[in-house]
Design a protein around this ligand. Sequence first.
Ligand code: SF4
Ligand code: SF4
Length: 178
Amino acid sequence: MQALTHQSIAVNRKPMTFWERLYLINIIKGMMITFSHMFKKQPTIRYPEQKREFSPVFRGLHVLNRDEEGREKCTACGLCAVACPAEAITMEAAERMEGEENLYKEEKYAAKYEINMLRCIFCGLCEEACPKDAIYLSETFAPANYTRKGFIYDKNDLLIPNPITSAAAYEQAKGVQA
Ligand code: SF4
Ligand code: SF4
């Protein structure tokens, strides 16, 4: 038969010896390898009890930012969505009404803001594109979920708690800005 490559190896078709047919030596060898691993440092991390230390440039879950007065910073300009190579961001803009100045920093805000985490590649381009410092990628990662829908994060999932009314929750959610 004609060989397809020049790298083919001839198969050894010699009949097995008595010891080879017993497989005993190979079983002992395998057991020794297993046993030797019992004394090695475990590479696995018992998450969630243990947590891995991330690199300082790690980019995780997005956070929609508020200013020091607790107002949403996002002005729904859409630059993050345009910059996103995975087309993971969708939003709907709305006009700020009179009396809502304490809720939204700019005259326009995102009435709807969604990120599809199954599409996101955590590149951070949305953060770089944002002129309002309204979005950043924190060191938290997206938790596991059982459904596809569960990976579409809406504004409620992304918006950081209000630093005035929920200071403790704000500090916890803020994390370290990557
Ligand atoms: S991190 Fe990258 S892929 Fe994810 S939403 Fe932002 S721009 Fe899109
Ligand atoms: S997060 Fe930033 S870039 Fe994206 S819509 Fe809001 S203000 Fe614009």
